[in-house]
Design a protein around this ligand. Structure first.
Ligand code: DAH
Length: 441
């Protein structure tokens, strides 16, 4: 959500550093049993490939699975005809991930520094919206869809960012000619008592206007249906007036203006949780061009997308995103009851952190901080809690740029020996030279 919302102007198609192909390196990349030819764009490292088969959102009692099922049940109560899917394959075409969603060719999310390219034409989906076209082409077209999936983004490394996470996409469409009747079909609950909702951007206009293809009344009716549906979803997850609101305060939500290429008008929904506004999802009225292209000229609709990890971390007090990937039975066994109201994660690991710094001259061209974050992830795996850029300077004479990163090693389940960390750190240093073309200082 972050990246599509903010249009930071970074040059996309820069050269990216991929590990030099070693002798005998395979010319294809195998993902879930399908072979894709490698090419100059391929930048999916083995550490990411290893995560693909895990399907955490389908693992019984996994916190992501608990939330997914809870939301699916809520939507099916509203309307039993929502179609559910949670196992669409992660490799999609660049067309499905970007072009079909009207994402401009210059958008930074397309950059190989941000996206995992399987090859020039295929990527690991960066969001569940990549499946909008597929599901909207289904015939007969169901009233709506919930698509849950693992999504992939090259990103910074810290306790709340991980290059693989999970999203749920919701879509609801209506027959345009019968819109007024169809919005009444879903049994959307009344706003329950004990909920405080502000909508600062209720009135579309300015930078958030109704599409030319839509009448204002029509667009507002779709938006209202979407907002009521999603407010109900938040109440389902957080409970009205309960733990989310502090000191007996009601549960608080707010709608703010959003921006997404594939919706208009667009909004973001936030919930006040432990005194902080937490962004839950992006959403809006689906661009009519997308519905037209998928043979739904006679329909209008809304869509939302939200990240499950962030929600699960808040709801269950899970302090570190790496925990979702833990295969330690002490993690999963805690969530057996599936009771959202009472479940709180009990930390079982308090092992000491170990910091190691590394400084190097970056190559003159084509270097991105994400290359370093990924390299560390790849070499040291989940033993790394975070990597921070702590210093950068330009040599006054040579103009070379030096960067210093601090790597924080901490295991979830044991204490390391110094020798062990030194060995891993040495591996990182070597990889900086060999893969990134860095010059160690
Ligand atoms: N795909 C967006 C993201 O990952 C989230 C999103 C926003 C999905 C608005 C939607 C939508 O379907 O309507 O940032």
């Amino acid at each position: 959500m972050r990246r599509l919302a903010s249009a930071s102007l970074r040059s996309p198609w820069r050269e990216v550093h991929t590990p030099p192909a070693s002798a005998g390196a395979s010319t294809s990349i195998s993902i879930l049993g399908v072979q894709y030819p490698r090419d100059a764009c391929t930048n999916v490292p083995p550490s990411i490939l290893a995560k693909i088969p895990r399907g955490l959102h389908r693992v019984p009692n996994h916190p992501l699975n608990i939330i997914k099922r809870r939301i699916e049940a809520y939507f099916q109560r509203l309307n039993s005809k929502y179609a559910l899917s949670d196992s669409l394959p992660p490799v999609v075409t660049t067309t499905a991930n970007f072009d079909d969603l009207l994402i401009p060719t210059s958008h930074p999310s397309r950059a190989p520094t941000d996206t995992y390219y399987v090859n020039a034409t295929h990527v690991l989906r960066t969001h569940t919206s990549a499946h909008q076209r597929d599901v909207l082409r289904l015939r007969p077209q169901p009233v709506g869809h919930l698509v849950t999936a693992d999504v992939y983004r090259r990103d910074e490394v810290d306790v709340s960012h991980y290059p693989v996470f999970h999203q749920m996409e919701g879509i609801r469409t209506f027959e345009r000619a019968k819109l007024e009747e169809e919005v009444e079909v879903d049994r959307i609950p009344e706003r329950p008592a004990g909920v405080d909702i502000t909508d600062e951007a209720a009135e579309p206009g300015g930078t958030n206007s109704v599409q030319n293809a839509h009448g204002k009344e029509e667009a507002m009716m779709v938006a209202q249906h979407m907002k009521r549906t999603m407010e109900g979803m938040v109440v389902e997850l957080f409970g009205a007036g309960s733990k989310a609101g502090e000191n007996g305060e009601p549960l608080k939500m707010r709608w703010i203006e959003g921006y997404f290429p594939f919706t208009g008008p667009s909004w973001e929904l936030e919930v006040l949780y432990m005194g902080k506004w937490l962004e839950l999802c992006g959403c809006g009225v689906i661009q009519q061009a997308i519905l037209d292209e998928t043979g739904n000229n006679d329909r209008v609709g809304w869509a939302f997308g939200f990240g499950l990890e962030r929600l699960a971390m808040k709801m269950f007090d899970i302090p570190d995103i790496r925990l979702f990937w833990s295969e330690d039975p002490r993690f999963l066994s805690q969530f057996k009851s599936g009771d959202l109201g009472t479940l709180r994660f009990q930390p079982y690991s308090k092992y000491p952190a170990c910091y190691k710094d590394v400084s190097f001259w970056i190559p003159v061209e084509g270097y991105h901080d994400n290359d370093m974050y990924e390299l560390v992830r790849d070499v040291a795996g989940d033993l790394v809690e975070d990597v921070a850029l702590i210093d950068a300077f330009v040599h006054p004479k040579t103009k070379r740029v030096s960067k210093c990163y601090r790597i924080n090693y901490r295991s979830m389940d044991r204490t390391f020996t110094n020798d062990e960390i030194d060995e891993i750190q040495e591996g990182v240093r070597q990889a900086i030279v060999e893969r990134l073309g860095g010059d160690l200082r």
